[in-house]
Design a protein around this ligand. Structure first.
Ligand SMILES: [Zn+2]
Length: 298
């Protein structure tokens, strides 16, 4: 009985040692595979989309694999000194599972809350990196957003199509060719002014103003931080321009530089508390102040 239990312990110990090392190595390999996967995407916009939707999920898997490997290694603890089967074996087994769970859980927390800050600067890099016109080889220019680019195509007046879509219009100044890229606002996380993490996401959108023909004019996006639950709302003007209209637009130097990410107005409203309003450009903020009516403040 004793010899068979120590035989089992020996086999167990070597499975845990080599299995653990192999699993951790696989996790590290899987981590590097991600960068290879990104590097073979030729198009900047596709890179952006892939990083936006996959990076955090992928890295969570990396940590999960490594956590399982560490769980294996925990099960080799003291295997040289104890050769008798006993309750300690199950206690150690439990610690292996608990250790792996804690590592995977903490990694997921960090990836969900702190990591989006890092990913955001990566995403900005790919979003604003000058596009190259494949036909001419020319560098394209990104049009300014003094008319907000929530909406571009007149065929898409259905309200649900308006929601949470941002468009970037790139133009080849010599050939007048345009390239339109669509960004889904629901996926893009913005910086939360309360906690500083990039965990602010669109939770609700509503049309607050319409043109006379009933097509949407002003869109209010309601954001909430998934980390500290802070809320904010930003208003956008919906453009009625179509893609073709941009061919006749003379690219002008950007009035609101892209370095201005946000204009924030705080109104201290006594018993109603402090209200925050945020705008994407100085022009929007000015218009808001002109139309602002204290009595309508809810
Ligand atoms: Zn926050």
């Amino acid at each position: 009985m004793n010899s068979s239990s120590s035989g089992f312990l020996e086999i167990w110990s070597s499975i845990m040692t080599f299995g653990g090392i192999a699993i951790i190595a696989a996790g590290i390999l899987y981590y590097f595979l991600y960068f290879f996967r990104v590097s073979i995407i030729p198009d900047f916009k596709s890179k952006y989309d892939f990083i936006n939707t996959s990076e955090i999920v992928w890295f969570k898997r990396v940590f999960l694999i490594i956590a399982v490997g560490i769980g294996f290694l925990i099960n080799t603890y003291a295997s040289k000194t104890i050769d008798q089967m006993g309750a300690w074996f199950f206690v150690r087994f439990f610690f292996g599972i608990a250790g792996a769970t804690i590592i995977a859980y903490v990694a997921a927390l960090i990836l969900d809350n702190w990591y989006p800050t890092k990913i955001n600067s990566k995403l900005r890099k790919w979003r604003y990196m000058p596009r190259i016109n494949a036909k001419t080889g020319n560098k394209m220019k990104l049009l300014s957003e003094d008319e907000e680019d929530v909406h571009l195509d007149a065929g898409m007046i259905a309200e649900e199509n308006v929601f949470s879509i941002d468009y970037d219009v790139w133009i080849d100044e010599s050939s007048k060719e345009i390239k339109i890229e669509k960004y889904s606002g629901h996926l893009i996380a913005l910086r939360c002014n309360n906690c500083g993490f990039f965990t602010m996401k669109v939770v609700k959108e509503e049309i607050v103003e319409k043109y006379e023909d009933g097509s949407p004019k002003e869109l209010l996006k309601n954001y909430q931080c998934s980390y500290c639950k802070n809320k904010r709302a930003t208003q956008f003007t919906i453009s009625t321009r179509e893609a073709e209209d941009y061919k006749n637009v003379k690219p002008k130097s950007t009035k609101s530089p892209r370095s201005i990410e946000l204009v924030k107005i705080e109104i201290a409203a006594g018993h109603k508390g402090n209200k925050f309003y945020e705008f994407q450009s100085i022009e929007d903020a000015q218009r808001f102040l002109e139309e602002f009516d204290f009595d309508k403040l809810s």
